[in-house]
Design a protein around this ligand. Structure first.
Ligand code: 5GP
Length: 236
């Protein structure tokens, strides 16, 4: 498998073509950003920590019958993935109120959300990822009603799998963001599932184990990412 031309460079990952048009190489870089890229840094080891956790979670989802773009890990920072036609939606599942939900609505941080709340944002940095509703999604032709139903169903299934798994590791899955894509009419979970795209709280101490450490500037991000990655991936 040869890594060819750069197809796309995002804020923390670069995507390359391979000689097989159906497969891409995704490289997790050491870059970290927050607040629409206004805060940025390069932190050694971040790429391999997020690649490791993402590949681990994709493997866990596959074991539970959920399609993901992961074909296999190539090395510490790189994975081979199915080439999807990405759907420009950020599907967020919330189990506990935090982040923008607390900022924008009258709900206290830490309030359990039962059933979980699904929020869908339009993936468009230039517009600051505005929140969508079903009618807007149809009007903008971002997904059909059947596809949207399927995206929500898969997102809740992913939530069940990850939440139970993390609970076993003493971690609350507060919220997370998924991105989806299509290949041959099938919907796959794409992008990444890592400390950059989830909120994780230690069940006992309530301590943040995710990108909020970077957003708030409290504590050493890489030390925390190491700690949570080893908790997530440790053998039982
Ligand atoms: P919030 O809406 O509270 O900012 O984010 C909810 C959850 O989705 C958090 O776990 C957050 O990390 C994730 N999330 C929301 N938007 C983005 C985004 O543009 N990029 C990444 N990596 N994660 C996001």
């Amino acid at each position: 498998m040869k890594q060819l031309k750069l197809l796309y460079a995002g804020k923390a990952k670069s995507v390359y073509r391979t000689e097989n048009p159906g497969e891409l190489v995704i490289k997790f870089r050491d870059d970290i950003t927050a607040f629409d890229g206004q805060k940025k840094d390069t932190l050694a080891e971040k790429g391999h920590l997020n690649a490791g956790v993402s590949a681990f979670f994709f493997g866990l989802l596959e074991k539970n019958g959920i399609n993901t773009h992961l074909i296999r890990k190539i090395d510490d920072t790189t994975m081979l993935a199915h080439h999807l036609a990405m759907i420009p939606l950020e599907v967020i599942v919330r189990n506990i109120a935090a982040g923008s939900m607390v900022k924008n609505y009258p709900v206290e941080k830490g309030t359990p959300l039962n059933p979980p709340v699904i929020v869908i944002d339009f993936k468009d940095d230039t517009r600051h990822d505005p929140m969508l509703n079903d009618d807007l999604i149809y009007a903008l032709k971002l997904a059909s009603p059947e596809e949207l139903h399927e995206l929500k169903r898969i997102a809740l299934e992913v939530n069940t799998v990850l939440r139970e798994y993390l609970a076993g590791r003493g971690i609350d899955l507060v919220d997370f963001k998924l991105e989806f894509g299509k290949k041959d009419g099938v919907i796959y979970v794409g992008d990444e599932i890592s400390m950059d795209s989830m909120r994780l709280w230690d069940k006992k101490t309530g301590e943040s184990l995710d990108k909020d450490v970077y957003r708030t500037g409290q504590g050493d991000v890489i030390t925390q990412y190491h700690h949570v990655a080893s908790r997530i991936m440790a053998e039982e």
